[in-house]
Ligand binder design. Structure first.
Ligand SMILES: [Zn+2]
Length: 236
């Protein structure tokens, strides 16, 4: 087979695998909507779904690409045009990068969708009144419902000290809702950071700034983590 013909065949093979990638995710869309609709206060099931889809797309399609490349190599040796090995082999690595980038976009989007649904559920199930009343005199206490940490608050009416314990579902928001939404806000540098070291800092800055803005009471702790990340010479 002539070199040009081999290249065309290889390009079209990889092109078909890319089409297959989108087909698999399109087929998953409807069942996935059902899963998201059925979420309550955590995203555990989403991790399982994600692992399954990662296997079906990234792992299996890359295995197919490797298989195709094996056949290509055989054909290239037969053709005697050995410079094609190095030239065309690079497309295998590019395909792997493509799969990983596409899947990261999908994954971050999926967890963000789940996060919005969980946030809705929590909002609907939180009894704001119950959380806001003094245990002694039932006067209203100035408590932020979406507080993640236990705090002691003195009641203005009777002077007794109430310990506010955030609802477990509210505590869980940090992990199931805010972190996925922070990832979403930092997606652009996240996609670049494997190939561009400077994007790492941009990624951490966006990620932690989102958390600092949305969880003011933990601002200092996030700020410290961000500073540690930014000053880590590994990411310089
Ligand atoms: Zn009171």
């Amino acid at each position: 087979m002539a070199g040009e013909e081999l290249i065309n065949r290889w390009d079209s093979y990889l092109g078909k695998l890319k089409e297959r990638y989108f087909e698999i995710l399109a087929q998953a869309e409807e069942p996935l909507n059902g899963v998201i609709e059925g979420l309550q206060f955590d995203n555990v099931i989403i991790h399982n779904v994600k692992n399954g889809l990662h296997n079906q797309t990234v792992l299996q399609l890359f295995a197919k690409a490797e298989e195709g490349w094996g056949k290509m190599q055989t054909e290239i040796y037969k053709s005697g045009n050995l410079k094609l090995i190095k030239e065309q082999g690079g497309k295998l690595a590019s395909f792997r990068d493509w799969l990983n980038t596409e899947f990261t976009k999908f994954e971050v989007g999926l967890f963000a969708r789940a996060a919005r649904k969980i946030l809705d559920n929590v909002k609907q199930h939180i009894d704001e009144k119950k959380l806001h009343r003094c245990t002694q005199c039932a006067a209203e206490l100035p408590i932020n419902v979406y507080s993640f940490m236990a705090v002691n608050i003195k009641c203005d009416s009777c002077g007794s000290v109430n310990t506010y314990q955030p609802d477990d579902r509210v505590r869980a928001l940090e992990y199931y809702v805010l972190e996925p939404l922070a990832e979403e806000s930092a997606l652009e540098p996240k996609l670049r950071k494997d190939h561009d070291k400077s994007a790492n800092k941009e990624y951490f800055t966006k990620y932690y700034t989102f958390l600092m803005d949305n969880v003011p009471e933990k601002r200092e702790s996030y700020k410290r983590t961000l500073d540690e990340r930014l000053n880590n010479p590994f990411f310089g």
